[in-house]
Design a protein around this ligand. Structure first.
Ligand code: ADP
Ligand code: MG
Length: 287
């Protein structure tokens, strides 16, 4: 059972019941992430936007085949750090990243790494579902096609079906694959973009507040999906909901004012935070 602080502080309006009913979904760190070697390792990462420093000396290990939650108040650098992992900060001309980020021991910022290939290996899902203005089928087929992952038309159809199945959307859309992706509900669109991310066989999936725009039922579906996907992927989720972090993650990292204050197994972080700032945040003293 979760500590009381969580059950009181659920910022997803109406989802409070979910906390206790699905609290064991993640299975706990001990049975979950503890055995998994790190997939991504950050060492001494600083990020600057022009003269302004947004991240200070962040070092973190992100376990494979597990969910890691990034929590912390708005503006503390969670999205900035997420974007370091797939080099999305490269697309911001005045952003500068120093320090080292490794994926499977390889420096992601090395010159030999093509950011386009890296971003297929490290998929990303955003707060607002962003399907392309194309059909459901084309949304999922696009990546495998441009990355040359499907040889024939039937291969491609197979990849699309598999991806939609794994994203828990197939049954709902199989009869309308050629209708626009933007015609789906918000929760379905979010599963569609997850299918799109999965379609190119990524290794890591980064999710930046993926449920913030969804109602509690759509949120619960995405959380179940995340729990299934962790069997296969390294997943990082940024969330403003303590309850969600507790439900879906095995490891939690708490950021504050551009620094990584504390990181550890999710249950430990929430039940016995070591730093008073973590304690204050998770009990809702600021946020
Ligand atoms: P979080 O995701 O935790 O809310 P962000 O990573 O978005 O935080 O932001 C961390 C800090 O970096 C904030 O002070 C924010 O204003 C700044 N920042 C984020 N993105 C940019 C950007 N593209 N240009 C300039 N400053 C930015
Ligand atoms: Mg953010």
């Amino acid at each position: 059972m979760l500590p009381k602080i969580f059950r009181q502080r659920d910022d997803e309006g109406g989802a409070a019941g979910l906390v206790s009913s699905t609290a064991t979904l993640g299975g706990g760190f001990i049975n979950g992430a503890a055995h998994h070697p790190p997939k991504v390792i950050a060492r001494g990462v600083d990020v600057f936007y022009g003269d302004k420093q947004a991240l200070f000396d962040v070092s973190l290990e992100v376990p494979d085949k597990a969910v890691t939650a990034f929590i912390g108040p708005s503006g503390c650098g969670k999205s900035t750090f997420l974007r370091c992992i797939n080099r999305m900060n490269d697309t911001i001309p005045y952003a500068r990243v120093t320090g080292r980020i490794e994926m499977d021991g390889e420096d992601v910022n090395a010159r030999s790494v093509d950011p386009v290939v890296l971003r297929a290996r490290v998929g990303m899902v955003f707060q607002k579902p962003n399907p392309f203005p194309k059909s459901i089928f084309e949304n999922v087929a696009y990546g495998p096609r441009i990355h040359g992952l499907a040889g024939s038309k039937s291969d491609l159809e197979g990849v699309v079906e598999q991806s939609l199945r794994r994203a828990g959307l197939w049954e709902e859309v199989k009869d309308r694959l050629h209708q626009p992706g933007t015609g789906l509900s918000g929760g379905q669109q979010q599963r569609l973009v997850i299918a799109r991310a999965i379609s190119v066989s990524p290794e890591v999936i980064l999710m930046d507040e993926p449920c913030s725009a969804l109602d509690p039922i759509a949120t619960a579906r995405i959380e179940e999906l995340i729990d299934e996907l962790r069997q296969q992927f390294c997943i990082v989720i940024v969330t403003h909901s303590m309850a969600q972090a507790a439900r879906v993650s095995q490891k939690t990292a708490f950021f504050h004012l551009g620094t990584l204050v504390e990181t550890g197994p999710t249950e430990e972080m929430f039940q016995r935070p070591k730093d008073p700032r973590t304690q204050d945040y998770i009990t809702g003293r600021f946020g």
